[in-house]
Design a protein around this ligand. Structure first.
Ligand code: ADP
Ligand code: GLC
Length: 487
């Protein structure tokens, strides 16, 4: 069974968030289910060196204003198909935004091109490799089924995966012509969205199946509070929608062997965690304290993540004797607010603004608890890393956070099955109650250790979820095959 992934990110090569982690990990797990995945990615500047080592498998004379090619390369155990189109991707700046934080003005073409080539590869295949199904991820790949629908021969079915419905790839409808999309697609059932074009909406409307990254988020997407305007369409497509939890790449995120942390440790021997904690205290300028936990945050700093509520709670958190180590970047007012809090509470609050992959591992290893007060969270990966590293997640009860953490309520404590703390509603008061409960639990060393060990033993691998994806691909590929036989 051959599968084509179309995505704008893939760890460890290019990452701004959890999408990259998923694209870098799921193909490895799918390989164990006999699914051979190739990943189509834009060849951003990060790929300059890798491009030189690959083999050109497709050439396109002109793709939205310049020449393009697809270069196949195996790196880090992944089969990548790099879409080399220098006029679109070889730039100084971010993958979505320029150096000033403005979206690239031609993002519709950059990701339209990705989708176009995704559809072309799905339909035509490569010498010796024909995809049975294509899985397009997030808005950047949302036009794949639109371009597939313009190909006049039987084509593989498309699965569309929603990692976050908040990012919809919405553009002026006049750009349809530049994108080479037929006028007949500009309908409510197709690419049209409130008079504009939406890439995400297109993916949802035109794909055979839609997946999202947790069962709870799949339910939430039907509600106005979470559907972000697409709840009607989600409800209409409900029968083809399935929520499948993300997993963890157990090789990359393993406290027993992680090369990015100061001391390795395991569920049997937790001693190394203390060494990492020392290093966290050094790096964040935190004063050692025995009976109070270090909470950490590793996150985009946005209102999605509810970090404004944490900012408003810093005084109280410090008042409880707890400490906070925060690594993140994002909205300027949140960055400034946390920097100011660190200045005000030197020794108790440490803040590093930026993106630092190695430090994110050290924080999971050296902190006691990880705070994730998200207003919505399709799945969330940092709570899963927290479980694995015995850094207990304190999370809002929403989306994937609700599905992965067992709240330390009285029943769970009595049954010895708690793995963290959940709170609801997502308010400052509820967050503060959760933080205060965590501080109380922390004082009871036996209780805390028990929760840590249980958290570390939670099954967070991709195995089960990969099986669920594989099943969907199998069903669709059988359907497509029998359809094309009928023709
Ligand atoms: P989202 O994709 O919504 O940002 P996830 O929890 O799914 O949230 O994934 C976030 C990923 O990005 C995790 O791998 C996390 O460790 C990483 N991450 C987020 N912010 C930073 C940062 N400032 N430095 C390093 N890694 C980060
Ligand atoms: C999105 C979501 C996050 C999810 C990630 C990977 O970025 O915000 O919750 O874990 O995608 O699926």
């Amino acid at each position: 069974m051959n599968l084509l992934f179309v995505s704008s990110e893939c760890a460890p090569f290019v990452k701004t968030g959890g999408l990259a982690d998923v694209i870098g990990a799921l193909p490895r797990a799918l390989a164990n289910c006999d699914v051979d995945v190739r990943i189509l990615l834009p060849a951003y500047r990060e790929f300059t060196e890798l491009l030189k080592t690959g083999t050109q498998v497709l050439a396109i004379k002109k793709l939205f204003g310049g020449p393009a090619s697809v270069v196949a390369v195996n790196a880090d155990g992944l089969d990548l198909l790099l879409l080399h189109a220098a006029h679109l991707y070889d730039r100084d700046g971010g993958i979505y935004q320029d150096k000033d934080g403005q979206d690239w003005s031609d993002n519709h073409l950059r990701f339209g091109a990705l989708s176009f080539v995704g559809a072309k590869l799905a339909a035509e295949g490569l010498i010796g490799w024909q995809p049975d199904v294509v899985n397009a991820h997030d808005w950047q790949a949302g036009l794949v089924p639109a371009y597939l629908s313009q190909i006049k021969k039987p084509v593989p079915a498309c699965v569309f995966t929603i990692h976050n419905i908040a990012f919809q790839g919405r553009f002026d409808s006049r750009l349809r012509v530049d994108l080479g999309l037929d006028e007949r697609l500009f309908t409510q059932e197709g690419i049209e969205y409130f008079g504009d074009i939406s890439f995400l909406k297109t993916g949802i409307a035109l794909s055979s199946k839609i997946t999202t990254v947790s069962p709870t988020y799949a339910n939430e997407l039907l509600l106005p509070e979470f559907g972000m305007g697409l709840e009607g369409l989600m409800t209409y497509r409900q029968k083809d929608l399935i929520g499948i939890l993300n997993g963890v790449d157990l090789e990359v995120w393993n406290p027993e062997s992680d090369p990015l942390i100061d001391a390795n440790y395991s569920v049997r021997s937790l001693a190394g965690k203390k060494v990492n904690r020392k290093e966290i205290e050094n790096r964040f300028g935190l004063t050692p304290a025995k009976d109070a936990p270090i909470f950490c945050v590793v996150s985009r700093l946005t209102t999605q993540k509810g970090l404004d509520l944490l900012l408003e709670s810093v005084d109280e958190l410090v008042g409880l004797g707890a400490r906070l180590a925060l690594l993140g970047s994002g909205e300027k007012w949140l960055e400034d607010g946390f920097v100011e809090a660190a200045r005000k509470y030197q020794g108790s609050v440490g803040v590093i603004i930026g993106y630092d992959e190695p430090l994110s591992h050290l924080m999971q290893a050296g902190c006691d608890a990880i705070l994730i007060p998200s207003r919505f969270e399709p799945c969330g990966l940092t709570q899963l890393y927290g479980l694995r590293y015995g850094t207990l997640p304190v999370v809002a009860r929403t989306g994937g956070l609700a599905d992965t953490i067992i709240d330390a309520n009285d029943a769970a404590l009595a049954a010895d099955c708690a793995t963290g703390i959940q709170f609801y509603p997502v308010t400052r008061a509820a967050l503060m109650r959760a933080i205060s409960n965590a501080c109380e639990f922390y004082k009871d060393k036996k209780l805390w250790r028990g929760m840590m060990r249980r958290a570390m033993r939670q099954p967070v691998s991709w195995d089960r979820s990969a099986g669920l994806y594989a099943k969907i691909y199998q069903q669709l590929s059988v359907k497509t095959k029998s359809k094309s036989l009928e023709k």
